[in-house]
Structure formats: C-alpha cells, structure tokens
Design a protein around this ligand. Structure first.
Ligand code: NAD
Ligand code: ZN
Ligand code: ZN
Length: 396
C-alpha cells in the first residue's frame, strides 16, 4: 500500500510533517462507496489554520490539517457515478452530504449530516467533524459526486493551477463576503484585512464591478500587495480613524459595503494596534458602512477561544455595538462560505481570464516538506498565499 504524509498540529506553535495512514474508502466501520481517494495536486495554508496553530481554538493535538484541496482522482467508490479516475477536481472545504435540508437549499456550509457535534464540516479542522485534512499526499473525499468540482480539461487546469487552487476556499469565501455585503457595479467597498481572504475578496469586488475597493490592514507588505492590483489602502495602525482615511479617498467617511476578512484575532486601531481587540472590526464596519448597507463577515468568530482577551471573549462573547448596526438598518451575513454556490462560476472566470486571483494573493508554491516554514512565515505576516505541492506536479 502507498505511504502517506500529512501536516499535523502538535500543540500551540507546532506543526509537523508526519507519516500518516493512507486513506481508505471507509466511514467508521462501513465502506464509503460514495467517496473517492485523491492524489493531492495542491493544498493551501489558510489563516483559519493559523487560529488553531496559535493555540486559539480547542483543536486536538495530532489533528491532520488542511481544508483547501485540489486533487486527481485515483480511486472511486462503487456508488460514485459521475467522477472518474484521472479527473482533476477542486474540493470545497465544506463537507456536505447533498441530501439534507440545508444542502438542498445550497447552504453547504451548514450541512446537517456530516458532523455529529454541530451543523457544518470541513477537512482537518477543529469542531468540524473530525475529518482527516488534506495537507497530505492523499486524502479521502466523501459524497464525491456532490462535492467535487471537476475541471473541464486537465492540461488547461494544470496551466492555471495557481489560480484554480484558490477555488477550494479563499476565492469563493472572499466573493461570498463581497456578495453578502451587496457589492455590485459602482459600489464603494471597505475590506478589513489584507490577508489572502481579504485580497481575494478585493479581487472579487473588482470582478463584481466595484468603483473603489479600499483594503485595511496594519502590515505594510500586505497593504502594498493590495495596491499592486489597483486597491486603495487604509493603515489601521495610524492615528487617523478608518473613517477619516476613507474620507481622504472618497470625500465622505463612509462606504456602501463593508467586509470583515479579519475575524476574532483582530488588532485594535491607532494606538491600540499592538493589542488584540476582537470586536474592533465589526464595530468599525458598522461605523463606516452607510445606513441601509450590509456587512459581509467571512472573518471567523469562535464559540471557544482559550486565548481570548477576557473571560467573555473566551466563550465568543464580544462587545459588539449592535445598537449602531440596528439604528443604521444594517444587514449582517456570517458563517462558513458555502463554496459550492460559487465555485463553478469562479472557475469559469479564472479559465477565461476575468480574474487573476493568484497574482492578487501572491500564490507561492512550496513542497510539503516546507510546510513548517510556510506556517511560520505566514504567521509573521508574509504577503503570500502558501500553496503546498506534495508531488511536485506544479511547474515553477
Ligand atoms: N467564513 C469562511 O468560510 C472562511 C474561510 C476562510 C477563512 N476564513 C477566515 O477569514 C479570516 C481571514 O483569513 P486569512 O487567511 O486572510 O487570514 P490572515 O490572518 O492572513 O489575515 C487577517 C489579516 O487581518 C489583519 N488585521 C488584524 N486586525 C485588523 C484590523 N483591526 N483591521 C484590519 N486588518 C486587521 C491582519 O494583520 C492580517 O493581515 C480568518 O479569520 C479566517 O479564519 C473564513
Ligand atoms: Zn481556508
Ligand atoms: Zn447536507
């Protein structure tokens, strides 16, 4: 039997590339006839992984990480009808049964059948059902006919793989943030966070026809990356407030649409930029989004955070000024992105050069053996989206 390696979380600050079991088409004690085994072509490190690696979740030691997976099918279960050996496919990070009420309503981020503990599942993620992650050589994908997005042509897919690898999470997630914030032609948008999700969101806003996309962060390299493809930027560590900095660009201190691509590990603004202030982004978005506007909130908020700033934050209770959002009739959209709702259209936009997401997020390909360094550099704020290439299939 073939061997397998995976990136495992071994405690706060520690990930290791380990020998792990080769995946089997099994779910507990029964055969998983609706599943496939993938040879991983590319698998990305995500800011969501970093929340776990920083010890900010209840992730168990030994968890094999990786929910952003693109792979070639090498084995199919008996009941897989439409996916074939040899197909190269994008795997949505959400695991979804395709049969429950939520899946039928395309809310695949909260499938009711794939995680006994709560709605919604993902590969290699805390609280998400215990599924083995795909930062590995090989991985098992259940409900394959429903979950997998097959690329139309393998050679074309490999040519665009640095863009297509973003379809498993950050591009649909950024796009979902933009769509739920109401971004459309002529919109003015503030995207909080210039990590990979924020930058993918900014590129999605451009695709949707936004007039001005303003990206905020406190890491200069990441802000420079946002400017490299036509975004305006706000440095939240400056003394001038986000609203004042927006007014310098738009002549008014508000935008039509606000997107939170930061989440619960947010830093404070101005003098407080050195400390964590988990409600800051949500409160500032309510301040600078127009009355009647909407907030897309793909940034992650958790129910349990052992490293939370106080005992309230440790159970996900944050000081959110909901009265302000209410007074301005804001709409809020939270939760895991339902990737299947968007990935096909976004694949077509990539294949036909309507969006250059790899360039926007600065996709940087490294081998699986370099994963540990990749995690470290990403945590230090590198303006790069690290993509692991376990089998050396991606041309330099
Ligand atoms: N909802 C989903 O389906 C989904 C999917 C993927 C990722 N996520 C979440 O999206 C978030 C972003 O992911 P990422 O990979 O880009 O992570 P990241 O950690 O690389 O990026 C977050 C960025 O926010 C910046 N930041 C911190 N405080 C800020 C503030 N007050 N204002 C503006 N910027 C601030 C940080 O400097 C950093 O650059 C994470 O919380 C991640 O878990 C959610
Ligand atoms: Zn991710
Ligand atoms: Zn379901």
């Amino acid at each position: 039997m073939a061997s397998n390696r995976g990136v495992a979380y071994m405690g706060p600050g520690i990930v290791e590339v380990q020998s792990i079991d080769y995946p089997k088409l099994e779910l507990g004690r029964r055969k998983c006839e609706h599943g496939v085994i993938l040879k991983v072509v590319s698998t990305n490190i995500c800011g969501s992984d970093q929340h776990m690696v920083r010890g900010r979740t209840t992730a168990p030691k030994g968890l094999v990480l990786g929910h952003e997976i693109t792979g070639e099918v090498i084995e199919v279960g008996r009941d897989v009808e439409f996916i074939k050996v040899g197909d190269i496919c994008s795997v949505p990070f959400n695991i979804a049964c395709g049969r429950c009420r939520n899946c039928r309503e395309r809310a695949t981020g909260i499938c009711l059948n794939v995680n006994p503990a709560r709605p919604g599942a993902a590969y290699g993620y805390v609280d998400m059902g215990g599924w083995v992650g795909g930062q590995a050589d090989y991985v098992m994908v259940p409900y394959a006919d429903f979950n997998l997005l097959k690329f139309p042509d393998n050679a074309q897919a490999m040519e665009k793989i640095k863009d297509l690898t973003c379809l498993s999470d950050i591009l649909p997630t950024g796009y979902h943030g933009a769509v739920t914030a109401g971004v459309g032609p002529g919109a003015t948008v503030y995207v909080a966070g210039a990590g990979p999700v924020g930058l993918a969101c900014a590129a999605a806003c451009q695709l949707l026809g936004a007039a001005v996309v303003i990206v905020g962060d406190l890491i200069p390299e990441r802000l420079a990356q946002a400017r490299s493809f036509g975004c305006e930027t706000v440095d939240v560590s400056r003394d001038a407030s986000v609203g004042d900095q927006i007014a310098q660009i738009l002549k008014v201190p508000e935008v039509d649409c606000g997107v939170d691509c930061v989440g619960f590990e947010a830093r404070g603004h101005g003098h407080d930029a050195g400390t964590e202030a988990p409600a800051t982004v949500l409160n500032s978005l309510m301040t600078i989004t127009r009355a009647g506007g909407a907030l897309g909130i793909p940034g992650l908020y958790v129910t349990d955070d052992p490293g939370g700033v106080d005992k309230h934050a440790q159970t996900g209770n944050l000081s959110i000024r909901i009265g302000l959002g209410w007074a301005k009739s804001h709409h809020f959209a939270t939760g895991q992105c339902p990737v299947l709702k968007y990935n096909r259209q976004l694949m077509m936009a990539i294949l036909h050069d309507r969006i250059h997401v790899a360039k926007a997020v600065n996709v940087t390909v490294v081998s699986l053996d370099q994963a540990v360094q990749g995690y470290r550099d990403f945590d230090k704020g590198a303006a790069k989206k690290y993509v692991l290439d376990p089998h050396g299939m991606i041309a330099a």
